[in-house]
Design a protein around this ligand. Structure first.
Ligand code: AHM
Ligand code: MG
Length: 345
């Protein structure tokens, strides 16, 4: 960290200053991207406040609505979706949103509000944990508009269907023991902790790198018998290595965050014979691609067992994908076992 920018990026600086410093690398920047990250952070603070007092109000429990996946939406899901959507449309510098909670994309109608960025978002990941005071989170991916340059023309679905390798930035916010926002623009992975006393995100992790040969195995073991042979074999080997312990919260962003800091692997494999889960449960655009982009920039890997998640071309907004995200060694072993299996069968 000898360059002037890195020297200024010290623990404790606030997110706005951090963005301003890192944007100096891009003299052509118009400020739209900084504005967008600022709006995400603002919406995150509002959702964080609501999550912290959720049990006191009337916001826990299920609504009457279902999302595109046939899942009953929690009230807090809908609240988070509304907060993020509003913050992004007004002043977010974006032209279209693809959200887990909306079956169709939301294009920004007013030309004067349209920006050059495109966002995919899971406003509240870990819905099944909401009522039990366990960690939940928000995941986002930011792309450039590709359908027609400039902002005069409305964006369309094609702008959202981009592979993860074209992400401009990706990140997540965890509403846990404290609220933490992690993001990367394709170099360092930074983590900020919300200091509630001043209402600011302060830099707490200046350069996250995933450790090798230690950490946690994180998956829902109750599905073991539904997984492909290579996954079962990998799990057996990882357990027998004696290097790893097990942890599973059931909120991907929380499981992922822990393993990003501590090492290991998070997985949500395909269950080939289970309707609705033949490609697993997690969604490519607003869950798997952003975390894979992040973990690759932290020195790890994200794969569906056959190829890098960031190379997968989405065909639909709500496509699902199996996900293996963790240290290069563990994800690489899953891929190796899949390769041998495909050759044998
Ligand atoms: P959600 O976005 O509706 O909350 O669903 C995704 C979540 C992930 O956070 C988590 O990894 C997974 O569902 C847990 O599923 P399961 O209960 O099958 O283990
Ligand atoms: Mg989710």
């Amino acid at each position: 960290m000898n360059d002037p920018v890195s020297r200024e990026i010290k623990k404790g600086i606030d997110l706005r200053r951090h963005i301003a410093i890192t944007q100096r690398d891009y003299p052509q920047a118009t400020g739209e991207f900084s504005q967008l990250l600022g709006q995400i952070a603002l919406a995150g603070k509002i959702v964080s406040r609501e999550v912290n007092r959720a049990g006191l109000g009337d916001i826990l429990g299920k609504s009457k609505e279902e999302n595109i996946h046939g899942e009953r939406q929690a009230r807090l899901d809908l609240y988070a979706n509304a907060v993020f959507t509003r913050a992004l449309i007004h002043n977010g510098g974006i032209c279209i949103i693809g959200s887990e909670e909306e079956s169709d994309p939301i294009a920004v109608r007013q030309p004067e509000l349209r920006g050059k960025y495109v966002i995919t978002i899971d406003p509240l990941d870990g819905s099944s944990n909401i009522d039990y005071n366990a960690s939940i989170g928000t995941i986002f991916g930011i792309y450039r508009k590709i359908s027609s340059p400039g902002t005069e023309k409305s964006a369309n679905l094609a702008d959202l269907l981009q592979p993860g390798r074209d992400l401009v930035a990706a990140g997540y916010i965890i509403y846990g023991a404290s609220t933490v926002m992690v993001y990367t623009t394709g170099q360092h992975v930074y983590g900020f902790t919300l200091d509630n006393s001043i209402g600011e995100f302060l830099l707490s992790y200046p350069n996250i790198k995933i450790p090798e040969n230690e950490g946690y195995l994180s998956f829902n073991e109750s599905y073991f018998s539904n997984w492909d042979k290579p996954v079962q074999q990998a799990v057996k080997e990882f357990r027998e290595s004696g290097l790893y312990s097990s942890r599973y919260i059931g909120t991907m962003v929380a499981d992922f965050h822990r393993n990003l800091l501590a090492g290991g692997i998070f997985m949500y494999p395909a269950e080939r014979d289970v309707p609705g889960k033949r490609q697993g449960k997690l969604r490519l655009l607003y869950e798997a691609a952003p975390v894979s982009f992040i973990i690759e920039n932290a020195g790890g890997a994200g794969s569906d067992g056959f190829e890098r998640i960031v190379n997968k071309q989405p065909e639909n907004l709500h496509d699902k994908t199996p996900l293996f995200a963790g240290s290069k060694k563990l994800v690489g072993r899953v891929e190796e076992l899949y390769r041998d299996w495909s050759e044998d069968s």
